[in-house]
Design a protein around this ligand. Structure first.
Ligand code: ADP
Ligand code: MG
Length: 248
C-alpha cells in the first residue's frame, strides 16, 4: 500500500508562519492518523486558529511542509479546491447563508462543487440533518433556528461534502451554555464513527470523551501533547498548569 492509504492523514513538519513581524506558528510538528481526534487548547492568541487555517490553506505558510492524504498541499487551482472539499471546517460563527434554507445551505456545496444532482443532494442532505437531529428544521431559515441548531446545520453542511477530516475552531464558544452539549454530542458521535477531527475547544468533557490526544499550544508553539486523562490531571509543564488553573 502507498502512503496515501497507510500514512497519517495530515502531517505538518517544521511549519512556520508570520504575520508581519509576529511569529505565530513556530516549528509546528503535528500529525493526525486516520480516525484520530486531536483537541487543541491554549491561551487566546497562541495560534490555534491559524493552525486550523493553514491546514486547508486559508493561510499560506512561510516554511515547512504540510501533507494531506500523502500529498503536499497544492498551492492553488483545482488541486487545492479538491483538497479543500475534503477538509470540512466548522467555525465559532456558524457562517450559514441567511437567505437560504437549512437544507439549501447543506446541499449547496455538493451541487455546486461536486456536481451532485439536486435530488440526490437533497436526499443526502435530509439524511444528514436527521443525523444531527434537525430534519424537522430543513425548510426554515437560519435566523429561525437556535444557535445550537445552526451549529448542527454547519456540521451537516461539512459532512455533506464527504470530508476526510473536519477542523472545528471553537465550535461552541458562541453558543448559550444550554446549547453547548447538543453540539458536543453530535461531535462525539462523529468521533465514534471514525471521523478524523482537529478540534480547538476548551470543553474538557468533550476532550475526555472523544480525544485521543490533547495538544497544548502557547505562543505559537506546541508545548505539550498527551492523552486527555494525563493532560488534564497531570500536565507536564508549568505553562499548561497555569493555563488549566485559569480555565477550570
Ligand atoms: P488563537 O486562535 O489561538 O487565539 P490566532 O491563530 O487567531 O490565535 O492568532 C495568533 C496570533 O496571530 C494573534 O496574535 C493574532 O492577533 C495574530 N493574527 C491572526 N490572524 C492575523 C492576521 N490575519 N493578520 C495579522 N495578525 C493575525
Ligand atoms: Mg482562535
Amino acid at each position: 500500500m502507498t502512503d496515501t492509504e497507510t500514512g497519517p492523514l495530515v502531517r505538518l513538519e517544521r511549519v512556520n508562519k508570520h504575520f508581519g513581524s509576529l511569529h505565530v506558528l513556530k516549528d509546528i510538528d503535528l500529525s493526525l492518523r486516520r480516525g484520530e481526534v486531536v483537541v487543541v487548547v491554549g491561551p487566546s492568541g497562541s495560534g490555534k486558529s491559524t493552525l486550523c487555517r493553514v491546514i486547508n490553506r486559508l493561510e499560506t505558510i512561510d516554511s515547512g511542509t504540510i501533507t494531506f492524504d500523502g500529498q503536499e498541499l497544492p498551492a492553488e487551482g483545482k488541486a487545492l479546491a479538491k483538497v479543500r472539499s475534503e477538509i470540512g471546517m466548522v467555525f465559532q460563527s456558524f457562517n450559514l447563508f441567511s437567505h437560504m434554507t437549512i437544507l439549501e445551505n447543506v446541499t449547496l456545496g455538493p451541487i455546486k462543487v461536486k456536481g451532485v444532482s439536486r435530488q440526490e443532494a437533497e436526499r443526502r442532505g435530509l439524511e444528514l440533518l436527521a443525523r444531527v437531529g434537525i430534519a424537522d428544521q430543513a425548510h426554515k431559515y437560519p435566523a429561525q433556528l437556535s444557535g445550537g441548531q445552526q451549529q448542527r446545520t454547519a456540521i451537516a453542511r461539512a459532512l455533506a461534502m464527504d470530508p476526510k477530516m473536519i477542523l472545528f475552531d471553537e465550535p461552541t464558544s458562541a453558543l448559550d451554555p444550554e446549547m453547548v452539549q447538543e453540539v458536543l454530542d453530535v461531535m462525539i458521535e462523529l468521533a465514534r464513527d471514525g471521523m478524523t477531527m482537529l478540534v480547538v475547544t476548551h470543553e474538557m468533557g468533550f476532550a475526555r470523551r472523544a480525544a485521543n490526544r490533547v495538544v497544548f499550544m502557547a505562543d505559537g508553539q506546541i508545548v505539550e501533547e498527551a492523552p486527555p486523562a494525563e493532560f488534564f490531571t497531570n500536565p507536564a509543564t508549568e505553562r499548561a498548569r497555569d493555563f488549566l488553573s485559569k480555565i477550570l
